[in-house]
Design a protein around this ligand. Sequence first.
Ligand code: HEM
Ligand code: HEM
Length: 193
Amino acid sequence: MASNIIFQDLPKVPSLATVHGTVMGLAFAIFMPLGAFLIRFLRVRNVVWVHTTCQLAGLALVLAGLASGIRLARIIGQLHNNAHTVLGTVVVAALLLQPFFGFIHHRLYLRTQKGSQWATLHVWYGRVLILLGIINGGLGLQLASGSPVYSKAGMIAYSVLAGLSGLSLLVIIVVSFFGAGTAAKQGVRSDPE
Ligand code: HEM
Ligand code: HEM
């Protein structure tokens, strides 16, 4: 709605949009799928800390993306009046619980040497949120497509990356469903969970 636009801040939109799209893209299309891939397939000691580092770096980027996204949406009068900003806020808020689920599962595993419902929760909650984040990036590009600062190159770059990451996450899900690739079960990962 034109009445909601903060006209004096409009010159800040191009740089805010670039920062927002870039950090969100890095987090959901690179860091988080990579962290999921590594915990499933990387055969090294302490792989859980490689995973945690990757995911917490992703989460830090997401928080930067949330701050720039809210600022951006306020300026152009699109805060929580469209699917992208609503779904994005829900995904980011839900993601804040995920490190706790991972941590609880890891502590339980160290004590019992067994998986638990926390593991199932952490794994599926994480997979679904990452996929929703990737999809929401597409909605963001759609939202930005009417804007004068819209970049076709950015759109193509995001689509290719997001497509590949989404696909690799689906491959992880299928592979883990058939029992392969779980280094923990093969006794390769020394302290997997
Ligand atoms: C899962 C989380 C999110 C992802 C992956 C994401 C990603 C993106 C991407 C890739 C774009 C298009 C490129 C750009 O214009 O920079 C975009 C645009 C946008 N995003 Fe997000 N975003 C997320 C969450 C949010 C949130 C929580 C808000 C605000 C509350 C927000 C506000 C916006 C706005 C207003 C635009 C349009 C910018 C314009 O018209 O130029 N986004 N987002
Ligand atoms: C925002 C932060 C985090 C995200 C987004 C995240 C996401 C994920 C995802 C998607 C998986 C499933 C990988 C697959 O598809 O096979 C996973 C597995 C796992 N995560 Fe996290 N994670 C996060 C933080 C943590 C933390 C802090 C810990 C522990 C201290 C942790 C420990 C684990 C473990 C042990 C597994 C393997 C579970 C199993 O295969 O049984 N995660 N995580």
